[in-house]
Design a protein around this ligand. Structure first.
Ligand SMILES: [Zn+2]
Length: 191
């Protein structure tokens, strides 16, 4: 199983997280219950739970996608981050409260990017991880601000995800600061 293979983080790593989440004891049932009847013409990819599509299993040739293809596939907020390297408003992502065990996948192509065991509370208002699933992300230098930053993106669809900094917790000391809108979450209990 994919989840077994990528379950690399030790339980000790969880202790590196900042303040414990008050909602940790209870599974979040708010997501999924509100999506009742989609409006006619609503994007089909938002119906039902996202499906993990592992490396090498891509059903579509993402490299050939045009901007219009991506516009049709993504919501406006997803398009702004993934295809225009935008940044979501801090504190706006429901994934900040997500504390269940599971996998965070690319909202563009469903490639698994992060595991819940590596998520921590950074206090920045963006979902943060101390490492990523091996081979899932690539980095490049972002020179748009006065201080160069390291941008990272999905290795499969090249969608922008966030920036990585070197002020994170043990065991890596890295902080992968991710736009929540660029991710979908798949709990381990989902099949
Ligand atoms: Zn992707």
């Amino acid at each position: 199983m994919l989840d077994r293979r990528i379950f690399l983080a030790s339980a000790a790593a969880v202790a590196a997280c900042g303040r414990p989440s008050a909602s940790e004891a209870q599974p979040d049932t708010s997501a999924g219950t509100t999506a009742s009847t989609p409006a006619p013409g609503a994007p089909s990819r938002r119906e039902g739970a996202p499906r993990i599509v592992a490396m090498g299993e891509a059903s579509e040739d993402f490299a050939s996608f045009t901007r219009e293809d991506w516009r049709a596939r993504l919501t406006e907020a997803e398009f702004d981050v993934l295809r225009r390297e935008g940044t979501e408003r801090p504190g706006s992502s429901p994934l900040l409260e997500e504390s269940r065990a599971g996998t965070y996948i690319c909202a563009g192509c469903a490639l698994p990017l992060f595991r819940s065991e590596t998520k921590f509370e950074s206090g920045t208002g963006w979902p943060s991880f101390y490492t990523h699933i091996e081979g899932a992300l690539e980095t490049k230098t972002d020179l748009r601000l006065w201080t160069p930053r390291t941008e990272y993106h999905c290795v499969r669809c090249e969608g922008h995800q966030g920036h990585v900094f070197e002020d994170g917790p043990e065991p890596t000391g890295e902080r992968w600061c991710n736009n929540g809108v660029a991710l979908d979450f798949v709990p381990d209990t989902a099949t």
